[in-house]
Design a protein around this ligand. Sequence first.
Ligand code: GAL
Length: 382
Amino acid sequence: MKHHKTLLRLLVLFITSCFATAICAQFKNGQLWLATDGEHINAHGGNIIFHEGTYYWYGEHRPYRGFTTEKGIAVYSSADLQQWKNEGIALSVSEENGHDIERGCIMERPKVIYNKVTRKFVMLFHLELKGRGYEAARVAFAESDSPTGPFRYLRSTRLHAGKWPFNMNQQQIAAAKNTDASKWDKWWTPEWRKEVEKGMYLWRDMNSGQMSRDMTVYIDDDGRAYHLTSSQENLTLLISELTNDYLDYTGRYVMVAPGGQNEAPCIFKHDGRYWLICSGCTGWAPNEARLFTADNIWGPWHQLPSPFMGVATGYHDMPADKTFGAQGTYIMKTGKEFVFMADIWNPRHLSQSLHLWLPISFNEKELPVIKWTDNVPNEAEL
Ligand code: GAL
C-alpha cells in the first residue's frame, strides 16, 4: 500500500514537472499539435503576438472538409509557446445574407497587430466573397479591445484605387498607361513579362483598385505598420504603409518583384536589414521558397537563393527545395531569435494541416539559413 502511494506521488510529481518545464510536451514538427482541449491547433496561415506576458496565436479556423470559412478566425493563448489554450473564435463569420464575411466566404492569412497608441488589436486578412471563388481579392480590417476578441468587422477593400506607387516617375507612369492587359492571352512570354514589369496589371486595375490576396503585416521599429500583399493576379507584391491607427492606407506604396509570382510573404528585420521570404504560386502544393533583402522597406529589393537547406529527415525526407513540404505564414521574433512559421497544407482536410516552426540562423556571410529540426522550439530556448 505504502509502495503504491509513493509510486502515485512520483507519478503526480512527474506529470506536474512535465507541465512546468514542458519537457514531455515538446511538440514535433510534422506531427499533430494538440491544444489543451485535446484538438489539433486549428489556426492556419496566421501569426503570433506577445502581449502582457501571453502569446496569442491567430489563424484560419478551417473545416475538416471543404475550403470555405464556416466559423472565422481562431485564437489560442500560451505562456510558453508549447501549451496552447483554445480561446475560441476571435472574429466570427456573419449569418447575414450578402454580408462581406457571410458564412461560406473565404478568410485567409489573418494577421493581428497591436496599436500602442489607440490600444486596439487590429486584424487584417485576405477576404474572398461567398460564391465568387478567388476573384474578389480584397483585404479586410477588423479591430478589438481585447486580444482574444471578439473582433468587430470593419470593412473590405481593394487597394489604392486611382493611385500610383510613389516611386514611379512620370515616364514610368506613361509607359504603364501604354500597356493593355486585354491583348495578352498568352502569359510567360518575354514580351508579356516586359509589359508586366511596366505595370500592365497595375494599370488594368487602376480604377477598381489593386488585388490583394496572400498577405502579412509588419510593424517597424518606429511603430509604422506595413501591409505586404500578393497583387496583380499574384504576380507582383505590393508594400503599403498603413495610417497611424493601422486601419487604413496612407497612400504610399511600392511594387516588389513585378512578375515574380510571389505568395505567402513573411518579413523580418535583422541588424537593420529587411528580409522577405515568399513562396511560389502552386496553390496548396509546396514549392521552393524565395528570399529577398533590402536596406529600406521601400527597396530596392534584391533576390537571393532560398534560405532552406538539407532535408526534413524523419518527415518524408522532404527536400529544402520544397520548403520541407510547407508554405510560410509568419516570422515571429522572440528574444533575439526569429522563428519561421509555416503550414504543411492538407487540402483534403484543411483543419488537419500541420504546423512547422523552424529557427532562422545566419551563416558566415550573414545570410539567413533555415534547416529542418524535429522539435518545435519552446520559449526557454529562444
Ligand atoms: C495558396 C495560398 C493559400 C490559399 C491557397 C488556395 O497558394 O498561399 O493562402 O489561398 O493557395 O489554393
